[in-house]
Design a protein around this ligand. Sequence first.
Ligand SMILES: [Zn+2]
Length: 179
Amino acid sequence: MTAPVMLIPLKCVRCGTPVPARPGEVAWRCAQCGQGLLLDEVQGVRPLEIHFAAGVAPGVPRRPFWVADGQAALQRVTYSSFGKQTEAAQQFWSAPRRFFVPAFEGTLDALLDVGAGLLQRPVALQEGDPVEFAPVVLLPRDIAALAEFIVVAIEAERKDKIKQVDFALQLSEAALWIL
Ligand SMILES: [Zn+2]
């Protein structure tokens, strides 16, 4: 079944410039005035603060991430009787972690790789100058699901025959950062 196509006029909320939105995109920076814009299924478009990280090497294509602080309460079940990895996991998740949830397009594997890498080696977030960036395709309502996948990806990497991992993830409100 094909969902009905709804055409929402996408215009900058500040200056009225039309947004050249392509299918799948959910956030933009107005080319005219720089206003950040987020697709809202009810309101059409609403303002969004976009943060640009400073200190990223020039020439590297910039990518959008939803950044949120998260706390995962973890319960692991493994096939092996050794508990070292479980201890390591519990210690790792006992502290709040900063989640960098990829908001750009990619295969799930690639996105999880990037997200898991940044969670384990977070980058400093300092405001820099606006730059071009890859299209934003992940809506805020989908952040939690991808963040949970990132936790599972990190746990699956601990080579201890993990059988099952249960966790509850608490995420703060996410901000869009261009890294
Ligand atoms: Zn504008």
